[in-house]
Design a protein around this ligand. Sequence first.
Ligand code: DQA
Length: 157
Amino acid sequence: MLNDMKPLNPCDVALLNGPNLNLLGTREPEVYGADTLKSIEAKMMAKANAAGLKLESRQTNFEGELVSLIQQMKSAGTTFLIINAAAYTHTSIAIRDAIAAVDVPFIEVHLSNIYKREQFRHHSYLSERAEAVICGFGAMGYDVALDYVIGKLRGSL
Ligand code: DQA
């Protein structure tokens, strides 16, 4: 529900997922795979914890909530963002501006290969500012992103 979003608690890494990603597992599984968002989040939490990092995860269907969550990264002390902005990737200057405002490095993740799909998915408002972009690996893309972030924050990369 709108405005019902839990604020971002202090964390090293924020994982933000945009619209319709709450439906993972049942939503076009041939495109997005069979993993649910809950299972992806659980794996990410466990991996971050094992590396001694605090990860906070939020999903929202609302653009403004994504903007607010990104803004909250400043007070949450977040040092890395992993984001799948879903359809807002292709439309949202507001999300791009919010990321620029907080100036936190981020990795853009997409489950599907957006370049193999409709033309309107080929443009991302975020990629130009992203440290890395991962697409087409399914749920594994989130894992790869977190491995990279752990390497960066733990000094092995
Ligand atoms: C997506 C790709 C977007 O084009 C789409 O709108 C999504 C999911 C992906 O993870 O593949 O909702 O970001």
